[in-house]
Design a protein around this ligand. Structure first.
Ligand code: NAP
Length: 299
């Protein structure tokens, strides 16, 4: 089978072109979207993600603020910081880089972010809006990126049987809600599988579109795949590799070599979903600015 590789970079570039167009309009009206990223502690992966977000803001010309707090920052200090950002009119999007150190209560922190600035889409108000097909909310960025890849791939979502392995709010569950919504990019028949799902390979092999968001390298093998399926690999896993400069390489949740020959289309890792997450964060931040300014204009 001639398998299409759905590459994130080309699709992310399209999203950035749209972002720049909207940014031009906003700037002409005197508005500059601002994103604040809050990093607690010194986890190298989190620091790298925050760095990429900051660089992309600079490249596009968004206002960007990085707040760094020490590993032992208290819940009170973190929440005080969020409240300050909530009140700052130059900031339209707030992202708290997860995971937080274990002494901090992530849910309580997310609850403190103003839903109108919650560009990561994890506040209960935004998750509720996602469930209610209310387009005024923000959906989480990785699911939005996966949906956009499926739309751009052009093989259709409406009416298709989608199986998502993974039920986190950050990825699996939210993507399920997004693809289930009525309207463009939705109308799928969605199954969400997880570690307790029985006969997982059998369930997965019924999918027209299979999404893996598990966090286990190479977990999805060819027996999970229906011939001609579209496969989206969200997983980003480090595996030791003495031949690599950094001593490790990144692999997905899908065993690409075994699975790709059976698929109509598949996303690679790296080079697939990863770059889409930042693109959708930029898009959400610009939309947050537009919505804030329209709200201001109405008041
Ligand atoms: P998570 O919160 O750990 O959730 C993992 C999910 O996989 C859980 O629902 C878990 O089931 C399920 N699972 C684990 N082992 C399983 C098994 N043996 N069989 C079936 N299901 C199993 O992880 P996450 O935050 O959703 O992230 C998933 C992956 O995506 C990770 O590799 C992460 O690095 C990656 N990721 C990538 C991006 C990106 O930008 N590309 C963004 C976010 C995450 P239970 O609920 O039953 O435990």
């Amino acid at each position: 089978m001639d398998t299409i590789e759905i590459r994130g970079n080309a699709i992310a570039e399209k999203v950035y072109v749209e972002c720049l167009q909207e940014l031009q309009v906003l700037k002409a009206q005197g508005h500059l979207p601002g994103l604040a990223v809050v990093l607690v502690g010194d986890d190298p992966a989190s620091r790298a993600y925050v760095g990429s977000k900051e660089r992309k803001c600079q490249e596009l010309g968004l206002h960007s603020v990085k707040i760094e707090l020490p590993e032992d920052a208290t819940q009170e200090v973190l929440i005080a910081q969020i409240e300050k950002l909530n009140a700052d009119p130059a900031i339209h999007g707030i992202l708290v880089q997860l995971p937080l150190p274990s002494h901090l209560d992530e849910d309580a922190v997310i609850m403190k972010i103003s839903p109108a600035k919650d560009v990561d889409g994890l506040h209960p108000i935004n998750i509720g809006k996602l469930a209610m097909d209310d387009a005024t909310g923000f959906a989480p960025c990785t699911p939005l990126g996966c949906q956009r890849m499926l739309i751009e791939n052009g093989m259709g979502i409406s009416g298709k049987k989608v199986v998502i392995i993974g039920r986190s709010l950050l990825v699996g569950k939210s993507l399920g809600l997004l693809l289930l919504q009525k309207g463009e990019g939705g109308n799928a028949t969605v199954t969400i599988a997880h570690s307790r799902t029985e006969n997982l390979a059998q369930v997965a092999s019924e999918a027209d579109i299979l999404v893996a968001a598990i966090g286990r390298p190479g977990f999805v093998t060819e027996d999970f795949i229906k011939d001609g399926a579209v496969v989206i690999d969200v997983g980003i896993n480090r595996v030791d590799d003495a031949s690599a400069k950094r001593g490790y390489r990144l692999v997905g949740d899908v065993d690409f070599a075994k699975v790709a020959p059976k698929c109509a289309a598949i996303t690679p890792v790296p080079g697939g979903v990863g770059v889409m997450t930042i693109a959708m964060l930029m898009a959400n931040t610009i939309r947050a600015c537009r919505m804030a300014e329209e709200g201001e204009a109405r008041n």
